[in-house]
Design a protein around this ligand. Sequence first.
Ligand SMILES: C[S@@+](CC[C@H](N)C(=O)[O-])C[C@H]1O[C@@H](n2cnc3c(N)ncnc32)[C@H](O)[C@@H]1O
Length: 204
Amino acid sequence: MHASPVPGTEGYADNAGQLITRYTGVIAADKYKVVSHLLPRRAGAVLDIGAGTGADSAWLASLGHKVVAVEPVAAFREAGMRAHASPDIEWVDDSLPALSVMTARETRFDLVVLAAVWMHLAAEERSAAMENIGQLLKPGALLVMSLRHGPAPENRRIFDVSASETIALAARHHLKVVLSAQAPSVQQQNRHAGVSWSWLVFQR
Ligand SMILES: C[S@@+](CC[C@H](N)C(=O)[O-])C[C@H]1O[C@@H](n2cnc3c(N)ncnc32)[C@H](O)[C@@H]1O
């Protein structure tokens, strides 16, 4: 149990019931379309940070990967474990920027995904987080992230984060950009609200 809410998770636990239903309607394969040609074909170790209810983790596990799903909100972890029970998905209560549970382990990953998470962190948290994520990647491994642009839900902690500043931050941590693309939201409700996404892929 966290003594105070993990920075970035504000508003999620309060709306967990509604959000769990909403996340269930998103098809991960559609969401990852702009980056899927770059994802590792060979089964490997994947870390899904801010995994929510685990739809992406489940999709990645269905492709043959062993997935660690990191999620600080208990209601999401529990819903994810129920909806996507799998020996190929391990759920971990950990959070950015420190990722103290994951960094204490010896495990390194072939792929780290951060879908719709990065813009929940303040600038100094993003800087610390990039350092810690870089250390969890094997040499040659990929980091995939999506950044939300457009109107934010009222009770959520969301910063305006550009693709270019994220590319510059990653470069300072020796992660080179492989892809930078824009995509509309796959959720109709978000598309109508004017939400769009930057997708970034980095290689260590
Ligand atoms: C918009 S949801 C995205 C969930 C999932 N990645 C997806 O694409 O469906 C953002 C997720 O980031 C998580 N989150 C927020 N702040 C975080 C932090 N500091 N560390 C790790 N996860 C965080 C939230 O709990 C939530 O599950």
